[in-house]
Design a protein. Structure first.
Length: 288
């Protein structure tokens, strides 16, 4: 190849590389701009409205200024805990089954069902939970809300567990079986611990995903202006409280809705940070 042709092709490739790099950088910036604007707007409106009373006091009567969302914060924590109790065992078990019995006829059906369920709108899941957990008992309840959020979490955990277990080297499984371990014991003592950091991250991401859901709770947990920790009664939640306050005609309720949105964003951020911290610590334990 003549030197002139080689130099020309080199310049074209270098220019193409620079253009694609700039395009990728611009795409990242464009993707981050909406997130930055949302955070800026919510924090600008919500931070001045936050105070100690917001976290500790109950909602005031309609039209009366002041009060807080202490009951909704506790109720959200209860609902997320119930959702985890429903979704984590079932999701991890399904993920293990799909990975360990991938040649069975049921495994593709489980995988397809998880993908379909992950795409179902949250309001449809709320209607389903209303039909199976509210109508038969003729009451809204925290348990019904936990079931709805748990159903939303399940496909995320199933697919995360499946993908992470598939990444575990087959030599670990074969070594455990060669030492005389049963298939179930090999999964519990070798395979699952090897994939544990990623599974924990997936669970925390799923919790962050459902923490901001409103539609399913309108059909299940409903709302409660009073403090309640009974699982068979309606319970308050941050998302429903924010929705109720946002559509109200009272300026003080609008202020508290912005404060609730700020707390909700902070909770999602906390889950994300916690996922990273837990993952790094578990990885260090495995390396040690």
């Amino acid at each position: 190849m003549p030197p002139e042709t080689f130099a020309r092709r080199y310049r074209v490739r270098k220019m193409t590389s620079a253009v694609m790099t700039a395009f990728c950088a611009a795409s990242v910036v464009l993707a981050l701009i909406p997130l930055a604007l949302i955070l800026f707007f919510v924090l600008r409106q919500g931070l001045p409205a936050l105070n100690w009373a917001f976290f500790t006091e109950m909602p005031r009567p309609v039209g009366e200024a002041g009060g807080g969302m202490g009951n909704a914060i506790v109720g959200t924590a209860i609902l997320i805990g119930l959702a985890a109790l429903v979704a984590v065992p079932i999701g991890i078990t399904c993920g293990v089954y799909v990975t360990e019995f991938r040649t069975s006829r049921l495994a593709p059906a489980v995988r397809f069902s998880a993908d379909m369920l992950n795409g179902v709108p949250s309001i449809v899941i709320g209607i389903f939970a209303y039909a199976v957990a509210v109508l038969p008992f003729k009451r809204f309840s925290a348990l019904a809300g936990g079931v709805a959020l748990g159903v939303m979490m399940m496909p995320i955990i199933v697919r995360t567990t499946e993908e992470l277990l598939a990444l575990v080297p087959s030599t670990l499984r074969e070594g455990a079986l060669a030492l005389g371990a049963t298939r179930g014991r090999a999964v519990v003592t070798v395979i699952l611990p090897a994939a544990l950091p990623g599974i924990v991250t997936g669970v925390l991401v799923a919790l962050a995903r459902v923490a901001g859901e409103t539609a399913p709770l309108l059909f299940t947990a409903f709302n409660n202006r009073f403090f309640s920790n009974r699982l068979d009664q309606p319970i308050a939640s941050l998302t429903v409280q924010i929705f109720t306050y946002a559509i109200s005609p009272y300026e003080d309720w609008h202020r508290q809705a912005w404060a609730g949105a700020t707390v909700l964003i902070a909770a999602v951020l906390l889950f994300s940070i916690l996922a990273r911290v837990v993952t790094r610590r578990l990885e260090r334990m495995h390396r040690a």
